[in-house]
Ligand binder design. Structure first.
Ligand code: GLU
Length: 368
């Protein structure tokens, strides 16, 4: 399995670990960026930096500000108008961050990403290099989705998902998801302070975001938290307006909901294969092949019952077990047509073609 849940960790031990944070991502939702929010967060960022920690901000708010600037009556539904609002709003958003961070002696640096930037390994490495250099230079990267050019098919989903993909990119050890909710709530609307097994929690909410492409809301936050914990970050979902929230979370106060990082995190590349790339199809595995995948062995054609979708060599595919459950993902070596031809077969000399190498394969966590 790709990284066990942080079982055996008590809530207070997990909270105490937050104080070891070296690199923090703060994701702030649109509804929380009003009034003096920018100034409040800038002061918080200053304090985090004074404690010798690095900070990356993932900031929403472009569309909301653009709607105001263009004098629109509400959030548009049409994609062209949404893009227009984002373009008009993004410059205001950055001005607000600059105006707030600059008196704190901090330089804001805008980084706009689309999913296509991160779906390509070379471009991912470029983005990683740029973010690394910005942090070394002492700037505060302010990341948002490049909504002005991102149409539906190439969108991250939302900024919770974007933030979870930034975790392996910058090697963050804490991700703080700030919005207008106190945290994850139970059936009696009481805050759940600590979620030890996020795999189970993610599965409970899976119906609401089956594709993993979030659309805002708690299901998307949990999915994002799940992905970020697998990349080695502790995640806290908390209320953006709680005074001094960033400092308090890092001091280990019992605020929001904490999801501890998994013990064995995925490498940045495996995380990218599993969560940034979108599967283009699926290989349907027989029981033997799915057991082999569970042990992190390569997928051989002889154990593949069939193929779904249309993919090319190097694309990401889902690995689906006999119970029709996705058990892993990997980069496939053949096109869908060639894979369909090879499946179930051995070559004349008795070998079976490797469809997904173990180096390119990620086993998705089973029920924990
Ligand atoms: N990128 C969008 C914006 O800046 C927000 C998306 C989100 O909050 O999930 O308006």
């Amino acid at each position: 399995m790709m990284g066990a849940d942080a079982l055996g960790t008590s809530a207070s031990e997990a909270r105490a670990r937050l104080s070891k944070c070296r690199r923090l991502i703060i994701k702030i939702g649109s509804k929380s960026l009003t009034g003096d929010a920018w100034e409040r967060f800038a002061a918080e960022v200053r304090a985090v930096r004074d404690a010798k920690r690095e900070v990356v901000i993932v900031s929403s708010g472009a569309i909301a500000l653009g709607v105001q600037r263009l004098g629109l009556r509400g959030r548009p539904k049409d994609i062209g108008w949404l893009q227009a609002a984002a373009a008009a709003g993004q410059s205001s958003l950055m001005r607000k961050w600059e105006d707030a961070l600059s008196p704190q002696g901090l330089v804001a640096a805008q980084v706009l990403l689309t999913h296509a930037d991160l779906a390509d390994r070379a471009r991912t490495n470029n983005a990683q290099g740029a973010l690394q250099a910005l942090l070394e230079a002492g700037a505060v990267p302010v990341i948002n989705e490049n909504d002005a050019v991102a149409v539906e098919e190439i969108k991250f989903g939302d900024n919770d998902q974007l933030a979870s993909m930034v975790v392996p990119l910058v090697g963050a050890d804490v991700l703080l998801l700030l919005s207008d909710v106190e945290g994850l709530l139970d059936e009696r609307s009481e805050r759940i302070p600590f979620v030890r097994s996020i795999a189970r929690e993610a599965r409970k909410h899976a119906g609401a975001s089956t594709s993993g492409v979030g659309t805002g809301g708690m299901a998307s936050k949990i999915e994002a938290a799940h992905r970020a914990t697998l990349a080695g970050a502790h995640v806290v979902i908390a209320h953006a307006r709680a005074p001094g929230i960033v400092a308090k979370v890092l001091e280990g106060h019992d605020l929001g909901t904490l999801f501890p990082a998994v013990v064995q995190r995925l490498s940045a590349r495996k995380h990218w294969i599993a969560f940034t790339l979108r599967p283009r199809g699926a290989l349907l595995l027989d029981r033997g092949a799915s057991e082999a995948v569970g042990k992190n062995r390569s997928v051989l054609a002889v154990g593949v019952l069939g193929v779904r979708g249309s993919f090319q060599p190097g694309d990401s595919v889902s690995l689906v077990g006999p119970d029709n459950v996705e058990i892993g993902r990997g980069l496939v070596r053949l096109s869908a047509v060639d894979a369909a031809r090879a499946c179930g077969r051995r070559t004349d000399d008795g070998r079976s073609e490797e469809l997904v190498s173990r180096d390119d394969l990620v086993v998705l966590p089973s029920e924990a």
